[in-house]
Design a binder for this molecule. Sequence first.
Ligand SMILES: CC(C)(COP(=O)(O)OP(=O)(O)OC[C@H]1O[C@@H](n2cnc3c(N)ncnc32)[C@H](O)[C@@H]1OP(=O)(O)O)[C@@H](O)C(=O)NCCC(=O)NCCS
Length: 151
Amino acid sequence: MMLKIKELTVSDMNLLQDCAALEAISICEPWSFSSFVSEAKRKEGLILAAIDEKEKLFGFLTATCIPETADLTNIAVMPQHRRKGIAGMLISALKNHVGEGSIFLEVRESNTPAIAFYQKHGFLQVGIRKRFYHLPEEDALLMKWEEFKSC
Ligand SMILES: CC(C)(COP(=O)(O)OP(=O)(O)OC[C@H]1O[C@@H](n2cnc3c(N)ncnc32)[C@H](O)[C@@H]1OP(=O)(O)O)[C@@H](O)C(=O)NCCC(=O)NCCS
């Protein structure tokens, strides 16, 4: 299986729909299809999709990118294709995109697969956001990655 990473724009309506469908089965408070379209239009919005040669979606991430900093807002991989390194490909592409900057994210404190994934990719916990999530209510761990800068 050869996957590539594609940055989605509003001309990728089918893939944006597939992202919303994957989001709906992966996340407790999912973004709607129209949120994905708005994100694709927004100057700071970034949507990276892992797709095969037939443009079938395997996973995606969304992030808000301002100079030097990205906020990772969503990441999900098709359930039957997890633990194959696909989210790893996506996060590597985001790291390349931010260059020497930092990446921040919030994650539900009960989401142990995601926390293990972020730790494997060099994210450190830098704070807690109390009752950040609803449905169900839960605290968020605030995590940060930054490129190691040698002196
Ligand atoms: C979190 C998620 C995106 C990871 O995607 P993935 O493609 O399976 O991740 P990778 O295959 O790149 O995983 C790399 C590493 O992350 C860690 N990891 C991933 N899933 C894990 C799990 N279920 N349990 C423990 N560690 C896990 C492991 O260290 C893994 O390396 P290994 O397979 O060599 O042990 C995926 O589980 C998912 O879509 N979850 C639902 C959506 C979600 O919770 N998103 C995060 C919201 S903040």
